[in-house]
Design a binder for this molecule. Structure first.
Ligand SMILES: CC1=C(O)/C(=C\N=C(/Cc2ccc(O)c(F)c2)C(=O)O)C(COP(=O)(O)O)=CN1
Length: 456
């Protein structure tokens, strides 16, 4: 009996359309070999992202009917604020339309030119807003995180020696905050341990440096702490989440992941001065401080989603499905980031295509091949996503050249996972034939969303 069988049954379905190989060849060419530019009607199984693609529960849909669309003082906002206080523990909440809305407010409020922001591996929008506000990002994640083959329990951990060295080098007064992500998306959805979070808190507090958590998948992170960390084996996810957040001054949050909604986010903080600045700035970018770019109905759905996200049976089935896909790929020796992370399988495109150098975009090539093979949409997480160095304009060359198969929450079945695994295997069998891509259009900002390519 599978311990992670879904603790829910399906009530509403959304028909999927399959396509022919010819249709997919035309579609991917029209999309410039960039899966972000495909229309969803041409996608069979959509593993582009777990962001906003999750299925809401009947209670969340019922909550949509309780939308209080008052411009000011929506009752849904107060319920969302109360829920965030209860589950994440922070005192003040500033609602935003999604995570990068919160990243914008935090960066503009705390960062000045010449500042330095350390974090456990970069994330694209997070680093963008830090650099836009004039900071230099420094990766302080443990070295293990950059090795896709190394199976270690907490590859998302901060390397305390790297953090201490940066503090000595630039001085605490030029570090407005440390940005800690839980889990670490670009490392393969890898968790950070409670002990490491506590240690980062002790080190930073000695220097009076704040910590802002990127809590986007912090409940998934809590499952890994419960499974892998001494002393938490019978602690509820809610209690683990609350303790974890207590070692930070606040968080930015994308409500489109853990909280099981299609839109939404927030900036939370215990710092009165930041709260005053951010709740004032929010009216410039997101809307009034009691809706922050969300409809009342979305705030209600997110409050309900938060309470569902901490249910152990749900989270075991969510991560269990990702692990199931990993087990299928493992039987064929297909290279992907070990250990399996919380929200997806990250294929190792270098391992697929050792004959392609990074400038021929191996991960972009593999994502296009997977779509051509079966209409499965994945996301490039390699040199294209890494973008250019803000100072030199040179391409970053990340050690991880990955294709992310991101599993939306409560959407696909085991049979879909079987189809995905068979499609990946077909690409693996044809790997020698891959020829790489050339970039024909490079946008200025976060190029991977809209760049276009052609086959070499
Ligand atoms: C850990 C973290 C995220 O994962 C995250 C978003 N994630 C997305 C969407 C996305 C974002 C950036 C990309 O390069 C990307 F190609 C895809 C994703 O698919 O993983 C945000 C930002 O939250 P927003 O998306 O609500 O604004 C902040 N922090």
């Amino acid at each position: 009996r599978r311990s992670w069988a879904e603790p829910y049954k399906i009530k509403v379905v959304e028909p999927l359309r399959t396509t022919t190989r010819e249709e997919r060849e035309a579609a991917i060419a029209d999309a410039g070999y960039n899966t972000f530019l495909l229309p969803s009607k041409d996608v069979y199984i959509d593993l582009l992202t777990d962001s906003g693609t999750n299925a809401m529960s009947d209670r969340q849909w019922a909550g949509m009917m309780l939308g209080d669309e008052a411009y000011a003082g929506s009752g849904n906002y107060y319920r969302l604020e109360d829920t965030i206080r209860r589950f994440y523990g922070y005192r003040h909440v500033v609602p935003t339309h999604q995570g990068r809305g919160a990243e914008n407010l935090l960066s503009q409020s705390l960062i000045s030119p010449g500042h330095h922001v350390p974090g456990n591996m970069y994330f694209t929008t997070t680093r963008f807003h830090q650099e836009k506000a004039g900071a230099t990002f420094h990766d302080i994640i443990v070295d293990e995180a950059h090795d896709p083959t190394l199976d270690a329990p907490f590859k998302g951990n901060v390397d305390l020696a790297k953090l201490a060295a940066l503090i000595d080098e630039v001085g605490a007064e030029r570090i407005p905050y440390v940005c800690v992500a839980a889990t670490v998306n670009m490392a393969g959805g890898q968790p950070i341990s409670m002990a490491n979070m506590r240690a980062v808190r002790e080190l930073t507090q000695r220097h009076g440096i704040a910590i802002y958590l990127d809590a986007t998948r912090a409940v998934e992170n809590a499952l890994f702490i419960r499974e892998r960390e001494e002393g938490y084996g019978s602690t509820s996810l809610a209690d683990i989440l609350l303790e974890f957040c207590s070692y930070s001054d606040g968080c930015t949050m994308s409500g489109k992941k853990d909280p099981l909604t299609n839109i939404g986010g927030w900036l939370a903080t215990n710092d009165e001065a930041l709260f005053e600045e951010a709740r004032n700035l929010v009216v410039v970018y997101e809307g009034l401080h009691t809706y922050g770019g969300m409809a009342g109905r979305d705030m209600e759905a997110m409050a309900i989603g938060i309470t569902e996200s901490v249910e152990l049976a749900y989270m075991k089935s969510r991560v269990g499905q990702v692990r199931y896909l990993g087990e299928l790929l493992d039987q064929w020796g297909i290279p992907f980031v070990r250990p399996v992370g919380g929200h997806g399988i990250f294929l190792d495109a270098r391992g697929f295509y050792p004959h392609l150098d990074q400038e021929q975009f191996p991960a972009q090539t593999l994502a296009a091949q997977l779509y051509l093979e079966a209409g499965v949409r994945a996301m490039e997480r390699g040199i294209v996503s890494a973008g250019r160095d803000a100072a030199t304009g040179e391409n970053h060359h990340p050690s991880l050249e990955l294709v992310r198969l991101t599993i939306p929450r409560r959407v696909y079945t085991q049979a879909h996972m079987d189809v995905v695994a068979e499609s990946v295997k077909a690409c693996y069998d044809d790997r020698e034939a891959a020829r790489g891509l050339r970039m024909t259009y490079e946008p200025k900002y976060l190029r991977f969303f809209q760049a276009r390519f052609e086959p070499l």
